[in-house]
Design a protein around this ligand. Sequence first.
Ligand code: ADP
Ligand code: MG
Length: 701
Amino acid sequence: MTAPYPIQYVKGVGPRLGEKLAARGIRTPHDALYFFPRDYEDRRKVVPIRELTSGMTVPVRGKILSVQGGGKGFRPTRLLEVVIADGTGRLSAKWFRFHPSLAERFRVGETVTLCGPARWFRFFPEMHHPEILAEEDAADPVHSGRIVPVYPEVEGVPPRVLRKIQWEVVQRHASFEIECFPAGILERVGIPPLQESLASLHFPRDDADAERFREFSSPQQRRLIFGELFALQWALTLRRAGTEREEAIPLPWDREIVDEIKRRLPFDLTGAQRRVVNEILKDLGKPHPMHRLLQGDVGSGKTIVAWIAAMVAWRHGVQAAVMAPTEILAEQHYRKFLERSAGLPVRVALLSAALPPKEREAVRNRIRDGEADIVVGTHALIQESVAFRNLALGVIDEQHRFGVLQRASLRRKGRISPHLLVMTATPIPRTLAITLYGDLDVSVIDEMPRGRLPVRTKVVTEDGRRKVFEEIRREIARGGRAYVVLPLVEESEKIALRDATRTAERLREAFPGVGVGLLHGRMKAAEKEGTMGRFKDGDLQLLVSTTVVEVGVDVPEATVMVVEHAERFGLSQLHQLRGRVGRGTRPSSCFLMAGGEQGEEAAARLSIMEKTVDGFRIAEEDLRIRGPGDFAGVRQSGIPDLVFADLVRDASILNLAKEIAAELQREDPSLSAPDHIGIRRFLAMRSTALRGEHPSPSSRD
Ligand code: ADP
Ligand code: MG
């Protein structure tokens, strides 16, 4: 362990820089050791100018041919340009922001070594804002002649100064760190001990593979990644072991129950649905709570599975609760459940904020007295004022819209732990699912109901709008329905409402004789339900809506989805929206309207939607582009921010960490074997750090 003295006493720091470092969370040498490079530059070899290609960041050395600008003389300029030549070519180095004294460091005829990102402009390579490697740097092990770390910016500390500080820290402190994993584990993962890893990942050895360091796949970096992911998997494994010890009301099924339910199914279940129903029924029969995630792409038919589980609970005389993220969806489930169980003495109730207070009170009383068997609702279900008589099954639909905390609140509504089924339309990539749901068993519906056609998807610019309108007209004439979805305006719901209202008006003009409805988050729940109902019945054929229809809404007659300003949506969100159509047997289309100046990036991003309807692939892509923090539910999941690990990049280590954590928990759950004491100390230290007593700086910006 490193002594916890203040960073200002490290050579070259002092009180002023010490303050700047502390502002970035670097208070001690130990913090500095864990402040990792975000990239590396390979400066081992000076590269001939002719061999430069755009994107390379390498040193070049040449004679100075000219120095222009730089504020010397009569009129200071805002550009400093230094041209050098090395016999193979010429290179222009440019500075747009600089200290006036910079120009004085260059004298025509002298030789200089520069290192910066190269790019070709017209016929010459350029470097913008290169670092100047002074000649005496040749003997300097910090900035030259080696693979050099590039750190995240620390305000007020120039990059070279920061690098020098890190060098000092690594020299003096890295070897005092203590490896917590036994040699056997290190060997199995293929990683060196902590001391060596820390030293090398700041200043890679001369024979290191620079590319692997840049990709964060060197064994030394993997050591740190492993530590982080192991701690995560340990926590998740513990959580899971906890639920296995809990008690629950067993709800075994028998022929009679199954036959009764089967008779009421409006269609044959798909093979995948049958498989997951069996998995769920098996769990429900156990005296320990089920803790199962049901994944299935949009439209794969998860609702019926939830209904079957709820019916099993009813047959056992206990209560089931089904929670959905929106009023519209709760209402929709409620109606479906009523319809399916017509003629049976099942009492289905809807607990919605839309109910007048008196009625809401009445529903709450029925739930408390056990006069409601299956309760459908929104977040309203987990409010303090709601008490169940004997809740034995909780279902959470569109789980990704809720956090882990809400999952826990629903569980607490049972006198003893209810069985829990959480459902999601897979907007969460596999790697992330392992961590988010590492404590759950997973069932997957990987098959669509028969006769479904993939939704034809097109990215359309304003020029193509006429064609889109023609398609809407044709489909409505055939008895179909269409959605037009607008993005939510972040700053103001008012503006969103105005936009939606205007769009609806315009569409009424454009489609005379067509019933155009408007759905918006600001409408009262009862109004929303009314509009939704009229759209379902076909009284309205065109529905203008903000993203309130994003999840779960099921109107099989709808065959056209138009998303306005599609570039403002995340891919997974677009996938959800697209899932509102293609629910019947007729071919459907989805048009992604891309606003005027969509950047290339936006277009490339949207084109993925044209290429695939696979929710998994889309989610992985989304994760790659936006990072895990943006996935709803991740932030509140209680999962610590990962400093060094990346759930996509490091999936293989994640799995290995899971395996090893599970083994250790089986063999030595208290980590008291001599070989494991280090791990115990490491985990204990991490959990203090997580509680904020010792915040570690992050290397990610
Ligand atoms: P999601 O998985 O997105 O929640 P839903 O449960 O809303 O999907 O189902 C989508 C549509 O498919 C609904 O109209 C539902 O009635 C229908 N459906 C579900 N399962 C089947 C099946 N096995 N055969 C035919 N249609 C089905
Ligand atoms: Mg659904």
